[in-house]
Design a protein around this ligand. Structure first.
Ligand SMILES: [Ca+2]
Length: 220
């Protein structure tokens, strides 16, 4: 074998002349959205103040709050209210082969499959390629927690429990029954009060004030 070594090296040198050095493909890190803030309602243990508003970044949100499970207050236990959002994870997306960067991986001995070559100290040396994992930012979707109408009503109200809507049939939240409405059977449906309202008696009312003196009340 030893006497064939010079021929092997000569052969490999010629190969090196015709094969250009392969460039190593690097995966670009790119940008990620995980530093974006997301407004959430963080659940406390206090019945008087069951939620406080937090604005963690999206990765912190995932790490710190998804364990705060439960329903929407006043459910027992109650959990965080988090809207759905996209986030990114730096994860393996594939792999490729590349030549080792360490000189110690290279030796004089060429063998089938040793497709990496390098001039080290004026000598052509050979190495096997190594498999390298490719990573990239991959977008995932967080579906949200307690993102139902009750949860969204609290989230929309700066994480405070919105007042009870006494008139579900009227737009907006009526913490009190509006003037001119009633809900006699207390079913949450407010109806306009239909009893005839007394005719207003405006001071002028477009009518003449110049009644005959005989029709006027006597002055006290
Ligand atoms: Ca209403």
């Amino acid at each position: 074998m030893k006497r064939f070594l010079p021929q092997i090296i000569a052969c490999a040198t010629m190969l090196a002349l015709v094969v250009s050095l392969s460039s190593v493909t690097k995966v670009s890190a790119g940008n990620n959205q995980n530093n974006d803030k997301v407004k959430i309602c963080h659940s406390t243990s206090s019945h008087s103040n069951p939620y406080i508003e937090n604005e963690p970044d999206k990765s912190g949100d995932l790490n710190g709050h998804v364990g705060h499970t439960g329903g929407v207050y006043p459910a027992e236990p109650w959990g965080d209210i988090i809207p759905p959002f996209d986030y990114q994870v730096w994860e393996k997306v594939g792999s490729h082969e590349e030549c080792p960067t360490s000189n110690s991986a290279y030796s004089f001995i060429w063998a089938p499959g040793k497709t990496c070559h390098k001039l080290i100290g004026g000598h052509l040396k050979f190495a096997y390629p190594i498999t390298v994992d490719d990573y990239d930012w991959v977008t995932h979707n967080f579906p949200g927690m307690n993102w139902n109408p009750d949860g969204q009503a609290i989230w929309d109200n700066d994480c405070e429990i919105p007042p009870v809507d006494l008139c579900s049939n009227l737009e907006g939240i009526q913490a009190e029954i509006p003037q001119g409405y009633e809900d006699p059977d207390q079913d949450g449906v407010c109806t306009e009060i239909t009893e005839p309202t007394p005719t207003p008696s405006p001071s002028s009312g477009g009518q003449t004030k110049d009644f005959p003196s005989s029709l006027r009340h006597p002055s006290p």
